[in-house]
Design a protein. Structure first.
Lengths: 324, 324
């Protein structure tokens, strides 16, 4: 059995606790912010877990560093490969550099410039592809085979899921008495890991996912009771454009997630503006979907004390201009 | 003796400790952020005290709430008055609302729109004046006399200085082993209070102030050994346009501050961009002068572990466009 496969697909709370120690050399314990103005607008008490202030500007460093830290010296020597719209790529580049592996990243041609530049700045090799016509997974696998390198999956691997779950573990250490937890949903790595941590620490907690209307693959999959694949989404939330939930993440989501709320690109823009101008933090579209769900009233107002994960902050200055 | 005058102009560390309890109902314990990218650019290890994430978007709530909390029920009933380019106004409005006083704010015609709107949203009455032609202090005093209201000084009062000093008290609880502390300088309320707290806790700490080149009143005053008044500054750092240091703040600065570093508006813009795009936090021009001093190399690289106060984050979206 290759070392990147674990004995089963189950991720336990103990795995997440252990991962939280593994990632410490490079992942930050991000702050939790509050805002009376936001609470007034949302109708509940919000606690923002600021993964936009994380190393690499997103939660992805949690899963990537957990994964890379578990590779053997031989595997590290042969390098790592990843495909990503940006945040996972940057995280893998940072983790690879820290543990002494070379990194090759497969990134879409239309990835935000800041994400591509930040990844390149970590000393990684970048291979671009056409997001609407080419299969990034196939490209990544081919490069990995050619180089004998290890593919670092963006979400559908136990090590990735464990790492992402440390975000909720930390949040619930910081704010133990949450009634609900709201998490952005792309491939489902973040919400599946976070739901395992949250439900273990507080079984009654309500876990709610948020997707863009245009990238509603997990919403549809839950409704149909099986993984559904949708056409390549066009939402501004570039980190949530995965066409279907993962093989491993979907059953965890089915078990732990109460419902998925859908938000429009305009609602995302309004939330980004609120977070920036009122709360002074820069959150990227994918990271702002939780705030968008709250400000649009789609979460409802009777949730009590609510943790919202702001999953990333990598935005080009050019995009901010469009928020006016 | 009116209740807003204390028995002397000296502010002690014990005063600041007591103030830190008084302000707790409305002032936040703001997070301290770090950034490897910033450290690489600056050449030292930086710890950012994020007062841009403070209630009202700036440190001013510390002094204002400390001041208003000390008023008698009778004084609260007659209301409070303040003059300010924005952050102090908003802070006084929030504090007045919390302690049940009406607030009248004297604000310049060219104050950032967001600051005026946020102040109005707190239920305060706003009186505007022409910054280049009228004397805001005289207007404030006249209104206070007419209404029997209490003037809340923006910097030159022991209660204000004590309150602002809680920023450094907190920072040094969060990061006890700082070698230097870098603070924006307007009228000197923040740096005088912070220098008292910092020097008490760590007598060997180096306290460095930063002013815009165009608003170098404290720099000149230190050079001449007495308070100098300059023409109304035009710098983009609207919170640092005071024409001279305060009667109370200047001797404290003379005693505790090693030197004043001067930064240009362009250096401030570059620092704002770095803080926003790389560190994901929105910092206003006045708040970014400390980062500007570091990134421009003007602080020098051998400072060790350095606390930098980011004093506020109230910026209009329109201004961000100019950063491109």
């Amino acid at each position: 059995m290759p070392a990147t496969e674990t004995s089963g697909s189950t991720v336990t709370f103990a795995d997440i606790e252990e991962s939280s120690k593994r990632i410490r050399p490079i992942a930050k314990r991000t702050p939790v912010l509050t805002s009376r103005g936001f609470d007034q607008a949302a109708g509940f008490k919000a606690f923002f877990k600021c993964e936009n202030l994380q190393t690499g500007g997103a939660f992805k460093i949690r899963g990537a560093s957990n994964f890379v830290s578990r590779l053997t010296p031989q595997q590290l020597k042969r390098g790592v490969v990843a495909y990503s719209s940006g945040n996972h790529a940057q995280a893998v580049a940072i983790a690879a550099r820290h543990w002494g592996a070379s990194a090759t990243l497969v990134m879409p041609l239309d990835a935000p410039r800041s994400k591509v530049e930040a990844t390149r700045a970590q000393g990684a090799r970048i291979v671009t592809y056409d997001r609407l016509r080419e299969d990034r997974e196939a490209i990544g696998k081919r490069i990995a085979e050619e180089m004998g390198a290890t593919l670092v999956p963006p979400f559908d691997h136990p090590w990735t899921i464990m790492g992402q779950g440390t975000a909720a573990l930390e949040l619930m250490e910081q704010i133990p008495d949450l009634d609900a937890l709201v998490v952005p949903v792309g491939g489902g790595g973040l919400i599946s890991g976070c739901s395992i941590a949250a439900k273990h620490l507080r079984p009654g907690i309500r876990v709610i996912g948020v997707e863009p209307v245009d990238a509603n693959d997990t919403f549809l999959s839950l409704a149909e009771g099986k993984r559904v694949e949708i056409a390549a989404p066009k939402t501004i939330a570039d980190g949530l454009r995965s066409p279907s939930p993962g093989v491993l993440t979907f059953p965890i989501i089915q078990r732990n997630v109460e419902r998925i709320v859908l938000v429009t690109d305009n609602e995302i823009r309004e939330a980004m503006k609120f977070l920036l101008i009122r709360m002074k933090i820069l959150v990227e579209p994918s990271g702002a979907v939780t705030a968008a769900a709250a400000l649009s009233g789609k979460l409802g107002g009777k949730l009590g004390r609510v943790g919202l994960i702001l999953s990333g902050g990598n935005v080009d200055l050019e995009m901010l201009v469009e928020l006016r």
